[in-house]
Ligand binder design. Structure first.
Ligand SMILES: [Zn+2]
Length: 166
């Protein structure tokens, strides 16, 4: 449910307890690996991929197979700890209790910048759709980044000066 309270981040200790309960209730194994993966996932302030998670864990000398990380992340989504979405057909994850980022995607280089917009958020939180209950939203804004805009400007300038030489 999307409301103000749902957008306040929950303490990590509460999330760990809830995940433990979820595993028990669903008859899943409560392995130390799963809790280590949860702990690492909660450390990300931004969205991340499975690969990002593996790299972050390896940096702490915690080596787990990709399959274990993947399966645990699926469980974390099922348990409502993480939310999943696609950017360029790649799976990304973020804390389900965090404010949704707006993705600013450059159509030239493909870079994605993440921003938060409190006004947009307030609008979306108040927005009701007919016969539909919003859990979260994921907005991508397409355009051109400043780096690409600068490069294109320089290219055009070069083209124009070449013309003059001719
Ligand atoms: Zn760009």
């Amino acid at each position: 449910m999307l409301n103000k309270k749902a957008l306040e981040t929950r303490p990590n200790s509460v999330i760990v307890e809830d995940f433990d309960k979820f595993l028990k209730e669903h008859g899943k194994r409560r392995t130390p690996e799963r809790f280590k993966i949860l702990e690492s996932a909660l450390e990300f302030a931004k969205q991340f991929t499975i690969e990002d998670l593996i790299v972050a864990m390896a940096a702490k000398n915690f080596i787990v197979s990709k399959a274990t990380v993947y399966n645990t992340v699926l469980l974390l989504v099922e348990a409502g700890v993480l939310r999943h979405f696609s950017v360029d057909n790649r799976s990304h994850y973020e804390r389900a209790d965090s404010v949704s980022f707006i993705h600013l995607k450059c159509e030239h280089c493909g870079k994605v910048k993440l921003v938060k917009d409190p006004n947009f958020m307030a609008y979306m939180n108040a927005r009701k759709f007919m016969a539909f209950t919003t859990s979260y939203y994921n907005l991508t804004v397409y355009g051109i980044c400043n780096d690409c805009a600068r490069k294109i400007k320089q290219l055009n300038r070069k083209k124009n000066s070449n013309k003059k030489v001719k």
